[in-house]
Write a protein that binds this ligand. Structure first.
Ligand code: ATP
Ligand code: MG
Length: 360
């Protein structure tokens, strides 16, 4: 799969942009604050309907404008698709595929799949568990059409239960409604637990191989699902925790607390890994993400590398660039020195300067 072209109108710092990408390695370079990440963000929105940087659509519209457009042409599953997004200031965005408006954003997952690797992802191992859950959820959304709905449903039920725990404090009679919410939470939560368990098992298999190659077989590595509740005893645990949950007015157990454990040579590298080990693991995870999507869809996802190459040493840069051979990649960076000195191949080079892109 690959993106053929991207057109922007009043999006972030772009008044107008129309670029054609190469099927292989594209490099977009320019100084800070010129619009590199804005291009990555536009692609991200085309594939998910949402930005990875903001939940507020109006921030995406160029200052002093009322609406913005993102138009992407994608070649995937032997067909060409046009994805149109129309962002409006105080209204819901319009999304169309091949000019037909769509209601469910998840339809975009059937067309455009990508893996984004940005400097924040380098911290995925050392940051809190929410970042790792986010990683799992984004991956599962791309692989499983109903996962997003299940997750949204779970979060809604969880919020309602937490609200109820607060309300019970003022109205003791409400306690009778708790079992209704618990039943729903367990039904929905168990689907999520099952899917996360499966994908982590898969990730473990794929990551082990990649990690071995990245470290030259130096470290014994594995990852594991870390959850405080199993499908079969979720309800029992909710009952057991009820007193504690009422006290703190919060549901203390469930997939909303899940985590992934990463072990290298017997050490939990979330806590005790060196920066290099944590980065290698982050890179391993991202490459595994590509591999799993590729295997499941029969096509490689697009790789977006936002400002991340310069954060890796040349050995890992080389491994990454060799690994992605044949996959459409869009790389942003402030300069191309690394490419020149390491003789990394570039198929199309773009320079961005204050919202204007030129092809070199
Ligand atoms: P860096 O190398 O620092 O990551 P970048 O090239 O990735 O820089 P972007 O994040 O793409 O930079 O941002 C480019 C510019 O877009 C910034 O100067 C920012 O202020 C501007 N910008 C962000 N949102 C809007 C908006 N809604 N309207 C106009 N300009 C905006
Ligand atoms: Mg940037």
């Amino acid at each position: 799969m690959y993106i053929k072209s991207l057109e922007l109108e009043n999006f972030r710092n772009y008044s107008g942009l129309n670029i054609e990408f190469d099927k292989n390695t594209n490099v977009i370079y320019g100084n800070n604050a010129q619009g590199k990440t804005n291009i990555i963000e536009a692609i991200y929105i085309s594939g998910t309907s949402k930005s990875h940087k903001t939940s507020k659509d109006y921030e995406l519209i160029k200052f002093e404008n009322k609406e913005a457009h993102i138009r992407t042409k994608v070649f995937s599953r032997d067909n060409e698709y046009q994805i149109d997004l129309h962002l409006k200031k105080n209204m819901k965005k319009g999304i169309a595929i091949n000019k037909h408006p769509i209601k469910k954003a998840s339809e975009l997952f059937n067309i455009l799949n990508f893996v984004l690797f940005s400097p924040e992802d380098l911290n995925i191992i050392k940051d809190g568990p929410s970042q790792r859950r986010r990683f799992l959820d984004i991956l599962l959304c791309q692989l499983d059409k109903i996962y997003l709905e299940e997750l949204q449903k779970y979060n809604k039920i969880l919020n309602n239960r937490n609200k109820l725990l607060k309300d019970i404090y003022f109205n003791k009679n409400l306690i009778d409604t708790i079992p209704i919410w618990d039943k729903q939470l367990v039904n929905c939560g168990n689907n999520i637990i099952k899917k996360r368990r499966n994908i982590i098992e898969k990730l473990n298999d794929v990551c082990k191989d990649i990690h071995k190659k990245l470290t030259g077989n130096a470290e014994y590595f594995f990852l594991q699902y870390e959850n405080d509740v199993d499908e079969k005893d979720f309800l029992t645990l909710l009952n057991k925790n009820f007193e504690k949950d009422s006290k703190y007015k919060m549901t203390s157990a469930g997939p909303h607390r899940d985590d992934i454990l990463f072990v290298s040579n017997g050490i939990d590298i979330r806590k005790f890994g060196s920066q290099g080990q944590q980065r290698t693991t982050a890179l391993t995870l991202k490459l595994a993400e590509i591999e799993i999507i590729k295997e499941r869809l029969g096509e490689s996802p697009i790789l977006l590398l936002d400002d991340v190459l310069s954060e890796l040493d040349s050995k890992r840069q080389r491994y990454l660039l060799e690994y992605i051979y044949g996959i459409q990649t869009i790389i942003t960076c402030t300069g191309i020195d690394d490419f020149v000195s390491n003789r990394f191949h570039i198929d199309r080079l773009f320079k961005v300067n204050n919202g204007i892109v030129t092809t070199e």
